[in-house]
Design a protein. Structure first.
Length: 376
């Protein structure tokens, strides 16, 4: 997949099966002409009626491309910026639409319109629209609560109440999912001190593969890079966008858990009997399902794969590894068998290995890092 920065909050995401366009406003680098020539279906999103997120020019693309689908926020219709027949789909908060290629959920905003959760090809993307903690600069250490005058808007603001609204929207989104492969979120220096606060609060609540700043045109590219140190602290990849038209490859992000089961000084390892990594060895485990915690997922996976109940004793290490087609995050825990006989249901072989024998088998690349940790 390839993600391209168009302008402001506008992005193009091209997968092997379709193209997604988010919040098109302007196209100074002429990104769209090439994409409109593609034979892939194109889905065009606009999160709300503000002119920097919705440009009626998008409807002219129909004359240049047949397989277009317009998915717009209902507030665009409410503010009479477009006619009902202009869009294929009108969505408000909580609405869901899907076809054979994508699934879209309109989530909330504490400003106008909606934010977007889009799932396609096994990956999940979030575009925030104008969802953000816009009045964070008023939440200073000496703030005592109540109204504060905002000279930019000429009105009184209750920043604590506004932050509560923002966090409430995040809470509603977490009811759907707590993990995204890519997040596009405002990092707007015009907010003033604390302009990264909303993005930091988002990262505190969600697991994110790649964090992409947006809505920074007025304050400049480098202002958005301020967010990188906070993403780094969370072990989240960050895109320091430098120019309009810049693209970045996006790998699917897979998060799994693995059990390092030990008994009498030996470690239990399994050998794959299928797929690209057939005959490689690994520590057993699997994917975390929506709504599960890592330890809960690990107990379930071992029960399903090995017909065995385990006790999760303590955390060992988290490994991040870039495979050719995806990025893997693997949380590893030291475990012991409670009941069962480690019956192989999915693997072709298994072995109990002493520490000095761990290097005698061919490990999956990510599991090599776990072996190093065990031997430290």
């Amino acid at each position: 997949m390839q993600l391209t920065y168009i302008f402001h909050s506008g992005f193009a995401l091209e997968t092997d099966r379709c193209i997604l366009i988010f919040d098109y406003w302007m196209d100074p680098a002429d990104v769209m002409p090439r994409l409109l020539q593609s034979s892939k279906p194109m889905y065009v999103f606009s999160s709300h009626f503000h002119e920097d997120h919705f440009n009626p020019e998008i409807f002219s693309w129909r004359a240049r491309k047949d397989n277009l689908c317009y998915i717009l926020s209902k507030d665009i219709l409410k503010h009479r910026r477009a006619k009902k027949e202009d869009a294929d789909v009108w969505l408000g908060k909580g609405a869901v639409w899907e076809d054979g290629l994508i699934r879209v959920t309109a989530t909330g905003s504490n400003d106008s319109g909606v934010s977007w959760v889009v799932e396609t090809g096994g990956s999940r993307f979030f575009h925030a629209g104008d969802l953000n903690n816009w009045y964070a600069r008023f939440l200073t250490d000496d703030y005592q609560g109540g109204l504060v005058y905002s000279p930019e808007w000429g009105i009184d603001i209750d920043p604590a109440k506004e932050e509560k609204r923002f966090l409430g929207e995040l809470k509603d989104i977490r009811k759907l999912t707590d993990r995204f492969d890519v997040v596009m979120f405002p990092v707007d220096g015009r907010i003033g001190n604390g302009y990264t606060r909303g993005a930091r609060q988002f990262l505190d609540r969600f697991q994110v593969g790649l964090f992409v700043p947006m809505h920074f045109v007025a304050s400049g590219f480098e202002s958005a890079w301020r967010m990188k140190e906070f993403a780094d602290a969370k072990c989240v990849s960050f895109w320091s966008i430098c120019r309009e038209g810049e693209s970045r490859e996006v790998r699917k992000h897979i998060e799994v858990v693995a059990a390092v089961i030990d008994r009498d000084g030996k470690y239990f390892a399994t050998r794959r009997g299928y797929g690209e990594f057939k005959d490689y060895w690994e520590f057993p485990g699997g994917k975390i399902e929506p709504g599960e915690g890592p330890e809960e997922a690990l107990v379930r996976e071992i029960r399903e794969e090995l017909d065995t109940d385990i006790r999760v004793n303590d955390f060992l290490v988290t490994v991040d590894y870039d495979y050719p087609s995806f990025h893997l995050t693997m949380h590893c825990y030291r475990c012991s068998v409670v009941s069962g006989h480690l019956v192989l249901k999915e693997h072709e072989n298994a072995a109990w290995l002493r520490p000095e024998e761990l290097d005698s088998v061919k490990w999956l690349p990510a599991d090599v890092e776990v072996v190093k940790k065990i031997k430290d």
